[in-house]
Write a protein that binds this ligand. Structure first.
Ligand code: F0G
Length: 361
């Protein structure tokens, strides 16, 4: 049967009723791609898979939560959905609101949104409000404004979002036949790590898996409140999606890390960019910088044999959520460079240029 979206697929495990109108773009069912070079790099029979969430309808994992949040918002008669966002949530909310035929307004930190995400929010028809403040300030405003009549907040403080996002864990287990030993993902507002852990626990309770994975989260070094255990008033990172200093689901992340025996660590912007480039050029998977933070974390662990032995024992099955597509942030990608040369349109010139480059590489 054709895939019908995560609500139809996992209806019994989601907070929807028989008569809830389903707002869907057929999200979910994303590929779990074997990462052969990454597996080889870790060595000792470790196998790494990438859960490629950039292949959702709006090119990030947010769509899993948004189908549930928008379906419930419509059922409750909301006229406007609202969110604060570093970009992806706004793109997803705008798309699902368009689908549902209701209004959407998004609060974004001015000048800190990747171009692809802004393009999406605008074209899907949201009202885009750029505030002179960061994501944490935008979310504070949403908390205050959001309970007006007719409004529905679709940030991950809305439990429907977490419920929808947990379905990624279900899919991983269905594909592998069991839970991985280790699950790795980037952490910003901490909704997703909370959701994955919930999904892994529920699947275990259902008897779909024989184990629970250790959760490994990675934040950007200058936006790592969970790692340093302190609010970061002015978070900074080139991975704008996770430029967050006071995560709303801090508690959920803490539980996931503690209960799973996992760890939250940080990676620098340089490590993030290197990992982004490495994943694209070695595995053929182009992800946005925030997603590359998870891969950077894995590469960081691999550099320290004792740490690797402890965190990712030999023979481990490791799944990594790559949360958003690389095309979301073309500016960062182009800045990273590559082999780009100009040439005349003459055949001889083109051949000479090609040969010169090929020899040089
Ligand atoms: N990766 C990407 C691509 C994201 O967009 C986000 C969060 C995360 C990772 C972190 O997930 O917040 O659940 O810990 N983006 C939010 C947004 C904040 O507004 O789009 P998290």
């Amino acid at each position: 049967m054709a895939w019908a979206g995560i609500i139809e697929e996992f209806r019994d495990f989601l907070p929807v009723k028989q008569n809830t109108p389903v707002v869907t773009l057929l999200e979910g069912n994303t590929p779990l791609v074997p990462a052969t070079k990454l597996s080889k790099l870790l060595g000792a029979n470790r196998t790494v898979y990438l859960k490629n969430e950039g292949l959702n309808p709006t090119a990030s994992f947010k769509d899993r939560g948004m189908t549930v949040a928008l379906s419930l918002a419509v059922a409750e008669g909301a006229q406007i959905v609202l969110c604060a966002s570093t970009g992806n949530t706004s793109a997803s909310a705008a798309a699902y609101a368009a689908r549902a035929g209701i209004r959407c307004a998004v609060l974004l930190p001015k000048g800190k949104i990747a171009k692809g995400k802004l393009a999406q929010a605008l074209l899907y028809g949201a009202t885009v409000v750029a505030i002179k403040g960061n994501f944490d300030e935008a979310l504070q405003l949403i908390r205050r404004i959001g309970n007006r009549p007719g409004y529905a907040v679709v940030n991950s403080i809305n439990p429907a979002r977490i419920q929808g996002q947990k379905t990624a864990s279900f899919e991983i287990i269905k594909t592998l036949g069991d839970a991985p030993h280790v699950h790795v993902l980037p952490v910003g507002n901490a909704g997703n790590i909370t959701a994955y852990w919930l999904g892994f626990k529920e699947a275990f309770q259902q008897g779909w898996s024989t184990r629970l994975p250790k959760m490994l989260g990675f934040q950007a070094a200058r936006a790592a409140p969970i790692v340093i255990n302190r609010v970061v008033p002015k978070p900074e990172t080139i991975a704008t999606a996770i430029r967050i200093g006071n995560p709303a689901s801090w508690e959920g992340a803490r539980n996931a890390l503690m209960e799973s025996g996992g760890l939250c660590d940080m990676v620098t912007d340089e490590e993030i960019l290197r990992a982004q480039r490495w994943l694209a050029s070695e595995e053929g998977v182009f992800v946005e910088p925030a997603s590359a933070a998870a891969v950077a974390g894995l590469l960081k662990i691999a550099q320290n044999p004792a740490e690797q032995q402890k965190r990712i024992p030999p023979g481990s099955i490791v799944t990594v959520t790559v949360t958003g597509h690389g095309l979301k942030d073309p500016e960062i990608a182009i800045k990273q460079g590559g082999t780009f040369v100009s040439c005349s349109a003459k055949e001889a010139d083109v051949i000479r240029t090609l040969e010169k480059i090929t020899l040089k590489r």
